[in-house]
Each structure stands twice: as structure tokens, then as C-alpha cells.
Write a protein that binds this ligand. Sequence first.
Ligand SMILES: Nc1ncnc2c1ncn2[C@@H]1O[C@H](COP(=O)(O)OP(=O)(O)OP(=O)(O)O)[C@@H](O)[C@H]1O
Ligand SMILES: [Mg+2]
Length: 571
Amino acid sequence: MSDQLLPVSTGRRAGRVVWDVLRTRPVATAVTLLSAVAAAASGLVAPAVLGRLVDAVDRQEGSIGPFLVALLAAALLTAVLTGVSVVLMARLGETVLARLRERVVDRALHLPSATLDRVRGGDLLSRVADDVAKVAEAVTSGLPQVVGAGLTVLLTLLGLGALDWRLALAGLVALPLYVAALRWYLPRSGPRYAAERVAMGERSQALVSSVQGADTVHAYADEARHRAVVDDRSARSLSITLDVFRLYTDFGWRTNRAEYVGLAAVLAVGFVLVRADTVTVGAVTTAALLFHRLFGPLGLLLFTFDDIQSAGASLVRMVGVADLPDVPPAARARSTTRPAVELRGIRHSYGGPAVLDDVDLVLAPGEHTALVGASGAGKTTLAGVLAGALEPSAGRVLLDGAPVEDLRAHVGLVSQEVHVFAGTLADDVRLACPDATDAEVTAALETVGAGWAVAMGLGTLVGEGGRELTAPQAQQLALARLVLADPPVAVLDEATAEAGSAGARDLEESADAAVRGRTTLVVAHRLSQAARADRVVVLAAGRVVEQGTHDELVAAGGGYARLWAAWSARG
Ligand SMILES: Nc1ncnc2c1ncn2[C@@H]1O[C@H](COP(=O)(O)OP(=O)(O)OP(=O)(O)O)[C@@H](O)[C@H]1O
Ligand SMILES: [Mg+2]
């Protein structure tokens, strides 16, 4: 089940979540909504005034001065109200998004390891990064326009209906044509935009690889072939972009047709009604202008339909994560110093065959045990179970003879691949104990022999965008983290390092210093480390096949003895 995805919420639930946030700021929400409605409504003034003007001219009465003043005032009012509502809406949208983003990140960071283990890593990352970015983009650049357009369409239709229901009905003739245009466009646009993105990506890829490898390309006089590849990708990208543009103009043509038919219907019905003397020429003018006013906002809604849909899809994916149950943080209650650790009947499978098969293992208080075995034997899996990072399919882990609520509160794990978090050196070490002082961080670093880190300065930026650390340095930071957290039980899953290298020897000393005084399990890839442990446990295909002291196992002449002989011969 390693390909399970995180939950995706429903549109209704997403709406509910947004509404819940809005409800906490009723005044801001009400003012924002009112300003948007006022902005849309003020746009109705100009067509109405123009209609009156036509009637006045028709009856040849009054002067046009007051009408001009009214038009000017309406234009100014619309401009001011629109500006205000756009700002207010963007601000409110950002607030809602910020709350939601905090929740998503919070839940993502607190996902139980068992869940993290099941879901695809990429899925979580794309929820926290891509989906949030997409919704943020929609909120700042699209939302005010879309809401404004929606309100304008709604109010204009209402105004049209209030003016004369027959004229409004005539305008509705355009509706089926709009629907048809959208139904023609939507199934075609998604795949084409996707193809366009892919083609552009391929073109950049070809360009970048040719430019980066320019020296090699020159050396092998391979320019022509590379240029051909770039030419080919560019041509493809160009042709797809043209295709997309054609689709776009086709869609434009279809919406224009709907506009034309609607406007023609309003004018034709207006003509008949004026002839029958039921409405004035001014009223028909207003109706035609109102209908014409729909074109802009309707077009905006139609052309951004894709974006709205994809932002909506991202929103429900975000809410899916935000709605995950809250997991209480690991209780920091500690067992005794140096507890006895017992693994009883541990089995585990990742959905396929058993990776651990009925493993029983006892670590005496304070004992240092080395776990060895071939690659894939299940060492990392066993380490994960012992550290509480992985829920075994069966079996229990006991500390001092009793099960504990959350193993992670008692066991410190340094995993096979350590990660350097972007930030300062001090923060990286402080990860497990945010309250630790600089002095404590320095002490922890010195304990594991990471004097270089102290010399570099605790404030040095490391990780992505900062100073690059070597793999042994990163490992030492992880060990310092363990020292600072000071758990009674330690599990080290060693990185496979070149035997005999100076880095490996230093790391062994760092590791020994870090686990001093703790009940410890070390997954040892270098047998020199196993030789120094109190006891060695050999794992093969998920089962414990040998255990004893190094000397006992060597004397027994079994699998471990052969491994040791081969290792010693390597020097
Ligand atoms: N997340 C996972 N999903 C599916 N199978 C996994 C997963 N992690 C490990 N396995 C499989 O479980 C078996 C044991 O893996 P494990 O990582 O525990 O071995 P290991 O002894 O630590 O190996 P190495 O010495 O290479 O680190 C392997 O066959 C591996 O392919
Ligand atoms: Mg491993």
C-alpha cells in the first residue's frame, strides 16, 4: 500500500471550511461583500442614465448637462468602489488562505509516521507546495475579478429583468449558445494546455542540457546533433502553442456569436415593443447597453473557468490535509534512564511478503547492541519499529517490561539518510528541543566532536540555500540532535560509509560518544563497530539467525565469522 494518497475533501466541505474562517471576521466579510455589490451596482447607473438621455432627446425636452454630470459621477463612483472592493477582497482572501495554509502545514508536520509511510512522498509535497501556490495565485490575481464579474452579471440580469421582462427574455436567447461554447471548449482546453506545458518543459530541458554540457558537446564536435534536438523541440512547442491559440480564438468566436445573437434579439424585440408603444426607445437603449455590459464579465468568467476549476481542485486537496485528525504531540514522559528494551514477536510487511518475521530481541539496560545483516535483511525496518517510527504489523515493544504510549518520547533515532534542514546550524541541532540554549547546543556539538560546527558559528546558514555540509558532517549534526534530546534509548541506522576512510573513523567516535549511557541499537555496516559492541545480532531475511558477543560469534564459525573474516581481510 505504498501508493496510497492523502484524502481529498469535497467542494461542500471546502466551502464550509472557508465559511468558518469568514465567520470569525464578520465585519470584514460584510464590508467586503457590500463594497463588491455596490461596485457592481454602480455600473448599472450609466446605462440607465443613457436611456433617460435618449428619451429626453426623443421628446426634445431639457438639456443634456445634468445627464453628463450624472454619467461622470457614476463613472467616478464605479472606479472608487471597484478599487476598494478589489483591495478588500484580496486582503480577506489572503487571510482565509493564511489560516488554511497554517493548518495544512501543521497537519503535514504532525502526520503519524505510519501515515507518512503509506502515502506517496510526492503527494504531501505537492499539497503543501503546489496546491497552496495555486490557490494563493487564484486568491490574489483571480478572485476579485471573478467575484466582481459574477456580481456584475447577476445584478445586470436583475436590472434587465426589472426594466422589462420581455427584453430580459430576449437576451436569454444567448444562454444556450454560451453553454454550447463552454461545452465545446472545456474538454479541449485541459489536455492542450497540459501538452503545451510538457512541450515547453522538454524544450527547456533540451536547451539547458546542451548549454550545461557545452564543453563536452564541443569536445565531441556534436553541435549539429544537439542543435537538431533543440530545433525539433522548439518546433513542437511552437506548433502546440499555435494550436492552443487557435483553440482560444475559436472559443472567442463562439462566445462572440452568442453575444451577437443575444444583442440582436434584444434589439429586435425592442423594435417590436417600441412600435407597439409599450416601451420607450430609452428603455430599449438601456436594455441593449445593459446586455452589452455583460460581455466583458461573462467573457472573463468563461475564459477563466479552467483556472477557477483547477484552483477549486487544489483547494479541496488542501482541505483534505487540513481536516486530518489532530495528533497529540508525543508525551515527553520519560521511562527510567537506560531501560531494558524488549521486542516481542515483531512481524512487519510493507504490503508484500514479510520483511520481519517473528523477531524477538532483548536489549539489557545500557547495553550496546550491533545489528548486522545483508542489504535488505530488514535492519532499517527493525530500527524503525524499535524507534516507534513504524507501526509493526504484529508484535509489541516493551520498555522495562511495559508497553508505552508513544515510543518516540523515549527513543532517539538517527536514520540512515539524515537531512539537514534549511536554517541556522543551531536551529538544525535544536530541532528536537526548541528551548535549548546556545550553550547546550554547543555542548552537544562538542560531545559528538563537531568542533568544526562551533568554529563555523552557530548562526551559519546550512541546508538548502546555505553552506553545503558533507555527509559525515550532516551525520554529526544528527548525532548532536540526539545528544541534545537526551533520550534513554538510542537507535542509530548507520549510513553505509567507505570502510577505513578517515571520515568513517571519526564518525564512529562521534556515534560512540552520542550513545554513551543509553540502551542502544546500532545498525552497523562497518563490522569494526560491531566488534566494539557489547553484543552482535545477525539478521537474515527478516529473522534473527545469530546473536552473542563478537568473540563468541567469531569462535562459533557461523555466518558472522565468515563476514568478519572477509571484512578483516579487506583491511
Ligand atoms: N517503504 C517500503 N515499502 C516497501 N518495501 C520496503 C520499504 N522499505 C523497505 N522495504 C523492503 O523491505 C526489505 C527490508 O528493507 P530494510 O530497509 O529494512 O533493509 P536493510 O537491512 O536496512 O537494508 P540496507 O542494508 O540496504 O539498509 C527490503 O526488501 C526492502 O525492499
Ligand atoms: Mg537500511
